[in-house]
Design a protein around this ligand. Structure first.
Ligand SMILES: C[S@@+](CC[C@H](N)C(=O)[O-])C[C@H]1O[C@@H](n2cnc3c(N)ncnc32)[C@H](O)[C@@H]1O
Length: 131
């Protein structure tokens, strides 16, 4: 049986996280239009890793589809939610340590994505961007 092509799957929202697929695909198309053949995509807050693993798969498909190399990075404390610093963090909902990531187990499942551990307040510098 023929497998649906990437764009067809995109059109039918046939990805577990269609917003990831849409965003990465159109970022790659835009890069290509601007003459770039390599982009990086970041997940800020990896949790248990489901999103990052999905991004890896999508990145490979998008690279195949567009010839733009897509590098995937996941940023996480590695120890779950940090202490809240502001009422807008909803401290009555989210407690420190929620979504604790088992970095070693996730690392074994990842094939191409790079996991950057630490508080993004510091590690964002590794992206090379000044947000
Ligand atoms: C809801 S989970 C992320 C879920 C994930 N994006 C997914 O789709 O599966 C939120 C994550 O953000 C991480 N996080 C929150 N604040 C952070 C910070 N300042 N630096 C690094 N990671 C942070 C926590 O460790 C937690 O794992």
């Amino acid at each position: 049986m023929l497998r649906p092509v990437f764009t067809e799957k995109l059109e039918f929202d046939a990805f577990p996280r269609p917003h990831f697929a849409y965003g990465i695909f159109f970022a790659a198309l835009q890069a290509k239009a601007l003459g770039y053949y390599r982009i990086s995509v970041y997940e800020f807050g990896v949790g248990w890793g489901g999103g990052l693993l999905e991004m890896e798969k999508i990145a490979a498909m998008v690279t195949k589809e567009t010839s733009v190399k897509v590098e995937v990075y996941g940023f996480d404390t590695g120890s779950g939610m940090p202490e809240s610093v502001d009422y807008r963090d909803l401290p009555h909902v989210w407690k420190p340590g929620f979504f604790h990531l088992d970095a070693e187990t996730l690392q074994k499942k990842l094939t191409t994505a790079k996991l950057v551990l630490g508080n993004v307040r510091e590690t964002y510098l590794l992206t090379g961007y000044n947000f």
